[in-house]
Design a protein around this ligand. Structure first.
Ligand code: ATP
Length: 270
């Protein structure tokens, strides 16, 4: 059903303090999404339109959804999430209908932040195959673009989207007045990984022998989501050993386990 396709939260429980290692991205999102909601007169006085849509792109699990939730929380806006894959529907007109419902709902609940995850599912470059499925996806994208183009009358609604596949996007959605603010959300650098470790162990009883700077160095190429999972796994090792304090050895055991699992799921090369 339509209601199930959307996730609605009055004020999501994520704040900027929960997001580590991407301070510059937080700053950019605040400027592009928060300022127009909290200080619209500033834009009027200067005589410019705030950015229409903000597109976050980068690898999975780096904090894109968190950024969108945090900005909604911080502005007391309703957070309305829709996955792009949900907009790809079997029946003709169903996808466009959902897009209309999404924007209508946001207008009813303003101030609101619309977040379309996996936008590439509906906004991929046209392929050569001319199947009817493609044409339907195309229509859904057109509906999305037309909703965005008619955005001025929609009041306090801001729109954000995310993708892991920036290279696949149709340029039509990146035109001025549409997703015209692009923010790359990369995997964290070592200092960022250290911050994320600190965030995800805030409520943990961590032993004095755990050096987060050192551990962060070891977690090369880890995303925020992977770091969060590692911290939980370390806690599980402590519980297995009937301890309430989490030691460096638990993080090392967790690291081994994660790396082993990784090896097993990686398809061996030729
Ligand atoms: P996807 O592209 O897979 O949707 P995403 O970039 O939207 O991923 P999130 O859903 O924001 O990723 O992150 C998933 C979880 O990983 C978060 O709930 C959080 O626990 C953790 N996480 C990811 N990035 C960060 C970060 N920068 N700081 C703190 N925690 C993070």
């Amino acid at each position: 059903s339509r209601a199930q396709a959307m996730e609605i939260e009055a004020s999501p429980a994520v704040s900027y303090e929960d997001i580590g290692g991407i301070d510059e991205q937080v700053r950019e999102v605040r400027e592009a999404v928060e300022d127009p909601l909290t200080n619209p007169e500033m834009f009027e006085k200067v005589g410019i339109q705030p950015p229409s849509g903000v597109l976050l792109y980068g690898p999975p699990g780096t904090g894109k959804t968190m950024l969108a939730k945090a900005v909604a929380n911080e502005t007391d806006a309703t957070f309305i999430k829709m996955a792009g894959s949900e907009l790809v529907r079997k029946f003709i007109g169903e996808g466009s209908r959902l897009v209309r419902d999404l924007f209508d709902l946001a207008a009813e609940r303003e101030p609101a932040v619309i977040f379309i995850d996996e936008i590439d599912a509906v906004a991929a470059k046209r392929t050569d195959s001319k199947t009817s499925g493609d044409a339907e996806v195309q229509r859904t994208m057109m509906q999305l673009l037309s909703e965005m183009d008619g955005f001025d009358d929609r009041g306090d609604v801001r729109i954000m989207a995310a993708t892991n596949r920036f290279d696949m996007l149709d340029e039509a959605i990146l035109r001025p007045g549409r997703f015209d603010r692009l923010i790359e959300v990369p995997k964290p650098a070592p200092e960022g990984r250290e911050q994320i470790l600190e965030i995800h162990t805030r409520d943990m009883n961590v032993a004095a022998d755990v050096d987060f700077a050192d551990l962060a160095e070891q977690l090369e190429d880890y995303s925020g989501a992977e770091i969060a999972a590692l911290a939980t796994e370390a806690g599980m090792f402590a519980i297995r050993d009937d301890r309430t304090e989490v030691r460096r050895q638990d993080f090392d055991d967790a690291y081994e386990k994660v790396e082993d699992a990784e090896e097993q799921t990686t398809i061996p090369g030729p």
